[in-house]
Write a protein that binds this ligand. Structure first.
Ligand code: VAH
Length: 320
């Protein structure tokens, strides 16, 4: 068991909730402090404190009191919700991240994780197999904040030597937690509707191909990056990361192999424009080269696992 004290900011979010459990498994429950702007409905066992990371003094106090050695900053306003209130989203995403960087430097935090996103790419980037160094002209405030955040990470590393590491997550799908305010959220909701035996109205067109990653792969990628030898890392903005690419029609077909009566209707909304600005697939060869990244789940393996776990939650045996 490694003796670190780890702070997770945004621990009640879709990725934060699962990452907190994985970190507690690796470092010991009492060495991982979960924080969020409000308490979760279903508290999981382990240290928790209310923290608004936009309050630099509060963040600094917690880092000092807990002698934090690693920070995972999972709090952010995502793509769709950010477009409803752009300046609020920008201020929250940037103020919190700049507080994390300054507090980490001031308190000798050894390692910092920053979640970026394939949302850093816009319509000017190559659509298929988007390379690590593609042009970054995003069309959402969320994407703009992630491009800026990546560059602040790179700046703190090269100017001050802070060990900041980052991944450009694709859409993340998992059964353990709910997504909030994203454009890829459909890929989680669709499984819940299917297991509940209800038709699903998808807010993207049936043929919208997007890069996606199953939660176990996303969590493993995060821990593998954070544990990689620093000298192997050639990217200090953020690594492209990919798992699979699929469309709403393809995930529906994958589900219908187990639930043949499941129906999907397609009713694109404002999120279609965001999705159309993003890559369809990602080249993550740099991550594979630098720290041995290799996804383990494809669409059918994810569907089988999602349906099995959600079936248990909703009391309906499916798949598996
Ligand atoms: C979103 N789930 O939809 C996030 C993610 C690539 C998408 O960044 O905003």
């Amino acid at each position: 068991m490694k003796q670190d004290n780890i702070l997770v900011i945004g621990a009640n979010g879709q990725i934060g909730a699962v990452l907190t459990e994985a970190l507690r498994e690796a470092y010991g429950t009492d060495h991982v402090l979960a924080t969020d702007i409000r308490a979760a409905e279903t508290a999981t066992p382990g240290p928790f404190e209310i923290l608004d990371a936009c309050n630099g003094a509060a963040l600094n106090e917690i880092v000092r009191r807990w002698r934090i050695t690693q920070i995972y900053h999972l709090a952010a306003i995502l793509s769709a919700r950010g477009e409803e209130n752009p300046l609020w989203a920008w201020n929250l995403n940037m103020t919190s991240w700049l507080n994390v960087l300054k507090t980490s430097l001031d308190n000798g935090v050894a390692k910092v994780f920053y979640p970026s996103s394939i949302a850093v790419f816009g319509p000017d980037a190559v659509k298929q197999n988007t390379p690590q160094d593609a042009v970054l002209i995003p069309t959402t405030v969320y994407g703009i904040s992630k491009v800026a955040g990546e560059n602040w990470a790179n700046y703190y590393h090269h100017k001050y030597g802070l060990d900041v590491r980052s991944l450009r997550y694709p859409g993340i799908i998992g059964y353990q937690s709910d997504p909030g305010g994203g454009t890829t959220d459909y890929a989680v909701h669709i499984y819940h509707y299917a297991v509940k035996g209800e038709p699903y109205e998808c807010f993207l067109r049936a043929d919208t191909a997007l890069p996606m990653l199953y939660m176990p792969d996303a969590i493993r990628a995060t821990l593998e990056l954070m544990e990689a030898p620093a000298q192997n890392l050639s990217v200090r903005t953020s690594y492209n990361l990919a798992g699979m690419t699929f469309t709403p029609a393809e995930v529906a077909a994958s589900i219908q192999k187990y639930l043949p009566d499941f129906q999907v209707r397609y009713q694109p909304d404002a999120r279609q424009k965001i999705a159309d600005s993003w890559p369809a697939s990602i080249d993550d060869s740099r991550a594979r080269h630098d720290w041995g990244w290799m996804p383990q789940y494809n669409l059918d393996a994810m569907t089988r696992d999602m349906l099995q776990h959600l079936g248990e939650r909703y009391g309906r045996k499916v798949g598996g």
